[in-house]
Design a protein around this ligand. Structure first.
Ligand SMILES: [Zn+2]
Length: 108
């Protein structure tokens, strides 16, 4: 398995605390404590949605913000999903349902 193909592998090349971020998914669970998020500002946050209201930075504990929804996907992407769903792709149909469900609303 090549870590360079993972998103975290790409991130590990740039910025403060990136090596720790890369290392975390490669460690056994019992050793996760050896690679915590950085305590100081990484100065180049990369966000993930922690819960309904809050985004956190992958790299540092300082990076916390109110959740900011992603912009809607481009029309060409939606058309591609629609075409694939019409041709029987269950994955495309599922993805289409997800992009059409506004954030924060129940998906079922
Ligand atoms: Zn950060």
């Amino acid at each position: 398995m090549s870590g360079d193909r993972l998103y975290s592998g790409l991130m590990a090349r740039h910025g403060k605390y990136r090596f720790r971020t890369w290392l975390r998914p490669h460690l056994p669970y019992a050793l996760l404590w050896t690679a915590p998020k950085g305590k100081r500002d990484c100065a180049n946050h990369e966000w993930y949605r922690s819960d309904e209201q809050v985004d956190h930075c992958y790299h540092c504990e300082v990076g916390v913000r109110p959740h900011q929804p992603l912009p809607p996907p481009p029309a060409e992407f939606i058309e591609l999903l629609e075409s694939s769903a019409a041709n029987g792709s269950h994955a495309a149909a599922d993805a289409l349902r997800r992009v059409r469900t506004p954030e924060g609303s129940p998906s079922r």
